[in-house]
Design a protein around this ligand. Structure first.
Ligand code: SF4
Length: 332
């Protein structure tokens, strides 16, 4: 327990951070967050560590301890560039694996090893080997929301932000697109390449319905609806704009809609709302239970103990790295 004097010093040191999140974190909650934030930021300096935070992390993590924030693509790119010795991945396990794949010599920590993903769990390396037998010669494009073993069996990775470019970069008539069925169908609408899909779904985005969106439209005058392509096709059809989390964020920053509903994990709205205070956010709250396993407390513990570490079999990592690097080269 901090003394009153120490607590006052912590609040003073973190005041500039609170000013960034005060529109989304009540002041009564801040002192508890501030102690962890102060300790984490100190430990990062001591250990030459960086925290990478996905857009679905809560604002006290995203705005107050993260050095690098973004969608899966941004995190993969920036992990490859960092000079830090230690990477703490505030996100889910496949993201930490991707960081380890692109930075094999760094220590990569995931504060909770159980932070999984329904998409990553929907397909195995063996499934891909069977698909290759069924569709000989057809390249495999794999969404980054997959395990290292699955990436290793793939020709190239993609994210929701670059999927069409990646598919078209292969120059083939058809591709096997894994594992997100809805993202695959959305890509198919934008290209002449035939897309062979799999039955994987994101447990957060598949819960949204078109009826729910129409209900929001009827209740909130002048509402702009922007949706993530992991949502079902009828939801995407009901939206005004579809894009990756980075594209949704850019949309709000640039277009400044009067009222917006972001059809994605609900911390994303809080993180954008902290920066864009002149837009009203309507927030249906679908939380990702895996993302929410990451907390300031377990980030602090992870930095203190340098555990749990993410390791990837070097032979698997070498093959998976090729698929990730091919993706990173698209659009360069
Ligand atoms: S939001 Fe969906 S895709 Fe993202 S980590 Fe959670 S379950 Fe996986």
């Amino acid at each position: 327990m901090l003394s009153t004097h120490d607590q006052a010093a912590v609040l003073e040191r973190t005041a500039h951070l609170y000013s960034r999140v005060k529109s989304v974190i009540p002041d009564v909650e801040w002192p508890l967050h501030a102690s962890y934030i102060d300790a984490i930021n100190e430990l990062k300096k001591e250990r030459n560590a960086v925290v990478l935070a996905h857009n679905y992390q809560t604002p006290e993590i995203f705005h107050c301890v993260a050095d690098i924030t973004g969608d899966s693509l941004a995190l993969a790119r920036r992990a490859a560039e960092t000079d830090a010795d230690i990477i703490v991945l505030a996100g889910v396990h496949f993201m930490a694996e991707t960081a380890k794949i692109v930075c094999p010599d760094k220590v990569v920590l995931i504060p909770d090893e159980k932070a999984g993903c329904s998409l990553a769990e929907s397909i195995t390396a063996d499934d891909i080997r069977k698909l290759r037998q069924r569709y000989p010669g057809v390249p495999v494009v794999t969404y980054v929301n997959t395990t290292a073993e699955v990436k290793a069996e793939s020709d190239i990775c993609c994210t929701s932000g670059n999927a069409v470019d990646v598919v078209e970069s292969l120059g083939t008539d058809s591709v096997i697109f894994l594992p997100d069925e809805y993202l695959g169908k959305y890509v198919a609408l934008q290209t002449d390449v035939k897309i062979i899909t799999w039955k994987g779904h994101c447990e957060v985005h598949e819960r949204f319905t078109a009826d729910e969106l129409e209900d929001y439209r009827s209740r909130f005058d002048g509402l702009t609806i922007i949706a993530h392509p992991e949502c079902p096709p009828d939801v995407l059809e009901a939206a005004d704009f579809v894009g990756s989390t980075a594209q949704m964020q850019a949309f709000v920053h640039e277009k400044r809609p009067r009222r917006v509903l972001m059809v994605t994990e609900c911390s994303m709205s809080d993180n954008v709302a902290a920066d864009v205070t002149d837009v009203e956010f309507i927030r249906p709250c679908n939380l990702c239970p895996h993302m929410k396993r990451i907390t300031l407390a377990n980030i602090y513990d992870s930095l203190r103990t340098l555990e749990p570490r993410v390791e990837v079999d070097p032979a698997v990592a070498d093959r998976a790295r090729l698929a990730v690097e091919r993706m990173l080269a698209v659009g360069k």
